[in-house]
Ligand binder design. Structure first.
Ligand SMILES: Cc1ncc(C[n+]2csc(CCOP(=O)(O)OP(=O)(O)O)c2C)c(N)n1
Ligand SMILES: [Mg+2]
Length: 410
């Protein structure tokens, strides 16, 4: 029931806090979901007016998951998402103006307009994308969490994905390693019952997604994904345990998308009746009604929040529309980084990351060096660049060796 935390599930621990939300927080929660709903509705209009191009996947119906999960995270934490990520970006705190400008492909966007709807990224809020590959975010989240763990940052990575991703091999590989190495990842599956036009009922032998995670050694529980309070309560319990070093946790948030998979979808795989039945659980409408019925808000307060949301969206659209399109001459910028000598090479972060492997490959014989390079013949192999290892101060071959054999944390 809205406003009350669900009883402790299997992912809960003895020190898990109870969730107490006052009326102000519940009103904010409603406002946060409405903000996402209206933002995306405006995106549809801009898409139809051909101001937003490419693909557009809406989370219409799934707002409670984004809002409930984001509420449990701290600034040091990270989020890894899918192509259905506008709501999660907004809930995380990616500025709406920068997000709308990104949607319109403007230089003022959070990725200079280069990411667009499916690849929203924002370093300041550790919103690590936006990923078009189903399941692609899972190993990325594990990698981030691995780095956070080794650097002792105490951060948690929330990884959100659809139930379709749990059919990918990478789901099993990632959860296995996350459990083995006790990585600080909160896995959040948004089970909206469909992968494009494929009903979950016809796709997987295990209909209860959380049991798949449980089988891989990750404590898991199902959650009402249409109730932001239930999601926040479950996520808070899980995050407490993860931060305490107990390893990953998994939530299956049972939810539904009211609109099409993307903008081109005849939706022949489901009936209008089914959509209407789910609309009775609409998280935005439901919390609105609950706030009024339980005297946690009056109509004037909710109308004021609504007006603030609309004004913020109007300002974001105006900002984006008056933004700049990147000059064609700049298109090759950021593909390769310019060095002090004006020559181009891998960007510094990439160079630092690959330096240990390059140093190692440089010492190995040709056959060994080829083995990890993906090249089929010596002619295809990229030769180690002399001097690259020195470009990454402190990076040594020993580092790369220790990366291969991580210790299980105490
Ligand atoms: C590896 C891979 N396979 C197929 C696709 C095509 N594809 C795009 S979205 C999608 C459905 C994914 O469904 P789900 O994981 O449940 O997420 P939802 O769209 O429901 O949020 C598919 C198959 C893809 N992008 N990546
Ligand atoms: Mg799905």
């Amino acid at each position: 029931m809205i406003g009350e935390a669900a009883p402790d599930g299997p992912a809960a621990g003895p020190d898990a806090p109870k969730l107490h939300l006052d009326h102000v927080r519940l009103q904010q929660m409603w406002g946060a979901m409405l903000r996402i709903r209206r933002f995306e509705a405006r995106c549809v209009e801009l898409y139809q007016a051909q101001q937003i191009r490419g693909f557009l996947h809406l989370c219409d119906g799934q707002e409670a998951v984004a809002v409930g999960v984001a509420a449990t995270l701290e600034p040091r934490d990270a989020i890894v998402a899918t192509y259905r990520e506008h709501g999660q970006a907004l809930a995380r705190g990616v500025p709406m103006k920068a997000l709308m400008a990104e949607m319109l492909g403007r230089l003022e966007g959070c990725c200079r307009g280069r990411g667009g709807s499916m690849h929203v990224f924002d370093a300041a809020t550790r919103f690590v994308g936006g990923n078009a590959i189903v399941g692609g975010g899972l190993p990325l989240a594990a990698g981030l969490a691995f780095a956070d763990q080794r650097l002792g940052r105490g951060a948690v990575t929330a990884c959100l994905f659809g139930e379709g991703a749990t059919g990918e091999g990478v789901f099993h590989e990632t959860l296995n390693l996350a459990a083995l190495w006790r990585l600080p990842v909160l896995f959040v599956c948004e089970n909206n019952l469909y992968s494009m036009g494929m009903p979950w009922a016809q796709a997987d032998a295990q209909q209860e997604v959380w049991r798949k995670a449980q089988a891989l050694g990750v404590p898991a529980e199902p959650v009402d994904g249409m109730d932001p309070v239930a999601v926040q309560a479950a996520a808070a319990r899980a995050v407490t345990r993860i931060r305490a070093g107990a390893g990953p946790r998994f939530l299956e948030c049972r939810t539904y998308r009211f609109r099409a998979h993307s903008m081109f979808d005849a939706q022949t795989y489901r009936t209008r009746e089914e959509v209407e039945q789910w609309r009775a659980h609409d998280p935005v409408e439901r919390l609105h009604r609950w706030l009024l019925d339980n005297h946690q808000a009056d109509a004037a307060t909710l109308a004021r929040i609504e007006a603030e949301v609309d004004a913020e969206i109007a300002a974001a659209v105006a900002f984006a529309q008056s933004g700049t399109l990147e000059p064609v001459g700049d298109l090759e910028r950021f593909v390769l980084a310019e060095g002090p000598d004006g020559n181009v090479g891998p960007a510094p972060a990439t160079a630092a990351a690959i330096a240990p492997a390059e140093a190692e490959a440089g010492r190995a014989g040709p056959a060994e060096a080829l083995a990890g390079s993906g090249a089929s013949s010596p002619a295809d192999a990229i030769p180690p660049r002399p001097g690259l290892a020195e470009a990454a101060p402190g990076a040594t071959a020993a580092d790369s060796a220790s990366c291969r054999a991580p210790r299980v944390p105490a």
